[in-house]
Design a protein around this ligand. Structure first.
Ligand code: NDP
Length: 274
């Protein structure tokens, strides 16, 4: 029997997850169907319950439902607990298991696909929203020299630092203070500024010569953030397509017990950074 999975979001029309999981299923010989479900705002719980009642085996969860998914899970992984959000669910033995693979997917892209070792490096995380909460513990696990979180709303950056202070060396600041700090080897844009054609106001001096600059938003080519990073001397640029596909591969492996190859799918979804 074909096993049913789905991604829940609102809106969901833009989601690449059905394409990604269909490609993984073909490549791994898995008999599964994967749908995109637009749950009404405020209606995630009942949409999920209906899907489960119809035989659904698991789900991905995207904006704005990651906190609802956290609340819907009976059992949370350590990663989901740390992030305070869930982006993958599995229905097993009458229970709903909640995971968060965003941070792991980002790290796997940075280390395996982009060939950048985080250990001992200075890392700057721009933004302090849900994506930053997934990324921060995963980065700290790799023992950077320092992880700085910068956000417009400085109180949000400070709260994030407080939540993860035990995991490694990290601090918080506003964008203006970045100009007085030494440059960073890895700069991650986890803000949503690119959706409005804007860049977060990070000064050019925050990019070390040859730095890796990663934009978490994907499919938008050379965003203002990536253009500024390039001008400021960053040596390597990437967007969030690798993170997206790698977190999907982690969810697929969790559900199906086999980890798919990601390279071809990333290549297919890559929009040139020009
Ligand atoms: P949130 O809404 O939780 O957080 C948004 C963040 O962006 C906040 O820190 C906010 O700052 C900041 N921000 C928004 N506009 C600006 C601006 N003009 N200048 C500076 N900062 C700004 O979003 P998420 O954290 O969930 O997601 C962030 C982005 O990451 C999304 O746009 C999404 O596309 C991408 N993403 C990609 C994934 C992938 O797989 N590639 C996975 C998850 C997310 P403030 O608090 O000051 O308002």
């Amino acid at each position: 029997m074909t096993d049913a999975y789905a991604v829940f979001g609102n809106p969901i029309g833009h989601s690449k997850s059905p394409f990604i999981h269909a490609a993984f299923a073909r490549a791994c010989g898995q008999d599964m169907a994967y749908a995109a479900i637009e749950a009404p705002l405020g209606g995630f719980g009942s949409a999920l319950a209906a899907f489960r009642a119809e035989g659904g085996r698991g789900a991905n969860v995207t904006a704005p439902f990651k906190l609802d998914a956290f609340a819907a899970a009976d059992v949370l992984s350590e990663r989901a607990r740390a992030a305070g959000a869930v982006n993958a669910l599995k229905f097993e033995d009458g229970r709903t298991l909640g995971e968060n693979f965003d941070g792991l997917g980002l790290l796997r892209d940075i280390e395996v696909n982009l060939g950048f070792a985080v250990a001992g490096r200075r890392v700057l995380l721009l933004g302090a929203g849900g994506a930053a909460r997934g990324a921060a513990p995963a980065i700290l696990e790799r023992r950077p020299a320092l992880l700085t979180v910068a956000n417009r709303d400085e109180a949000k950056a400070a709260a994030l630092v407080e939540a993860f202070a035990a995991l490694g060396p990290l601090d918080a600041c506003g964008y203006e203070a970045l100009a007085r700090r030494p440059a960073y080897d890895l700069v991650l844009n986890s803000t949503s500024a690119s959706w409005r054609g804007e860049a977060p106001p990070a000064p050019p001096s925050c990019f070390a010569r040859g730095a890796l600059a990663v934009e978490l938003v994907y499919g938008r080519g050379l965003t203002p953030f990536l253009a500024e990073a390039k001008t400021a001397g960053a040596g390597q640029l990437a967007d969030g397509v690798g993170m997206l596909v790698e977190q999907a591969a982690e969810a697929f492996a969790w559900w199906r017990g086999v980890r798919p190859e990601t390279r071809a799918v990333i290549a297919e979804l890559t929009v040139p950074l020009v």
